[in-house]
Design a protein around this ligand. Structure first.
Ligand code: KG4
Ligand code: ZN
Length: 338
């Protein structure tokens, strides 16, 4: 059987990325041009700034991805690109670059959902057996997704307000941590204890939905109150308490979903899947399940949890096998749903 090699683009938010992925499993090259420094002084991503950065680097990193993989256009079987969800102007840069490349070379085009990409980062680590269940936690999304096969996904639990990563970034900001705050808050959490006992919203509800805005408000109120009475709070304990709350809710609902749906594989994906506490907790809780319902666990490499084009190449391979190609009418869809 012939190897299938995909050149992939990702530009939905604040990283411009290209990659060459072989057979949906092997990363032959991966370039990630991050713009985080340009957005930090604004405390978050500025859409117009993001688009400008994407356009500055995208041609250059297309060449770099091919060079690093030691391949040319003739070796590429498909060109994949994230077309949503994300910032419309940012998405358009990747979509336009991929369409132009496809038109110039005649190589088929595949539009990929960013969330499907995050979930398929797991495929770059190990083989996914279906049905699978994914906890997809990023800056914009927090959901439990059921994978019937490599391309048919169903969201069984969703976020009602602030996504997990967004909550990390917002409470991080209150503690003076630079955007994106998740990684630093995670590190601090390991040095502290859950002394504040923040709320665990919707824990006992009979669904798989999440809400983190109450937790965020409780955190902010605690800090403001301390400010007013000039009390200094321990930042490590604040981080540990926030993180314990997030992880308790995510783990509790995910384990309940695993018990109900009995997937063969459990996957984590998205920026927050890099969280050490969450990775540890999920692995531990799954190991404690009865052997008969214990799914195989795939936690993607930390560097593939955040936005990158390799995960888009992995997801595109599955679409390629299913014959799901796009044509040159492909457009950015900022609110694309799985
Ligand atoms: O998936 P991603 O790169 O972008 C989106 O598609 O949203 O996720 C970025 C989010 C940010 O909110 C960032 O703070 C969070 O992931 N994040 C973390 C960690 N590393 C990144 N959150 C918690 N713990 C981490 N170690
Ligand atoms: Zn993402």
């Amino acid at each position: 059987k012939k190897d299938i090699r995909i050149l992939a683009y990702e530009s939905s938010c604040d990283e411009t990325s290209t990659a060459v992925v072989k057979n949906g499993r092997e990363v032959e090259s991966l370039i990630v041009a991050t713009q985080i420094k340009s957005h930090q002084r604004f405390g978050g991503v500025v859409p117009e700034v993001a688009s400008r950065h994407h356009i500055e680097v995208i041609s250059q990193i297309t060449k770099e991805a091919l060079d690093e993989a030691k391949v040319g256009w003739k070796d590429i079987d498909a060109i994949a690109v994230t077309y949503g969800p994300g910032l419309v102007g940012a998405l358009l840069i990747g979509v336009s670059a991929a369409k132009a490349a496809s038109m110039a070379t005649g190589i088929p085009l595949i539009g990929v959902d960013h969330i499907m990409g995050h979930i398929m980062a797991a495929q770059l680590k190990d083989e996914i057996e279906y049905p699978a269940l994914a906890l997809q936690v990023s800056g914009g999304h927090t959901e439990i997704v059921l994978l019937k096969d490599p391309i048919h996904f169903e969201i069984i639990g969703d976020i009602r307000d602030d996504a997990a990563g967004e909550a990390y970034d917002k409470i991080g900001r209150v503690m003076g941590v630079k955007y994106p705050a998740g990684k630093t808050v995670d590190n601090w959490a390991h040095k502290g204890k859950d002394t504040f006992h923040f709320p665990r919203a919707m824990m006992e509800d009979n669904d798989y939905d999440f809400s983190f805005s109450g937790l965020k408000s409780a955190f902010i109120n605690t800090c403001h109150h301390a400010d007013q009475i000039h009390k200094k709070l321990n930042k490590y304990d604040l981080a540990a308490s926030f993180q314990a709350s997030v992880i308790d809710v995510l783990a509790h609902k995910t384990i309940r979903a695993i018990k109900q749906y009995r997937p063969k594989t459990f996957i984590m994906g998205g920026g927050v899947a890099a969280n050490h506490g969450l990775r540890e907790r999920m692995s531990k809780e799954i190991a404690r399940l009865p052997k008969s319902i214990q799914p195989k666990v795939i936690l993607p490499d930390i560097k593939l949890c955040g936005d990158n084009a390799a995960m888009i190449g992995a997801a595109a391979y599955n679409l390629y096998n299913a014959g799901k190609f796009s044509d040159l009418t492909l457009n950015a869809d900022p609110s694309l749903e799985l």
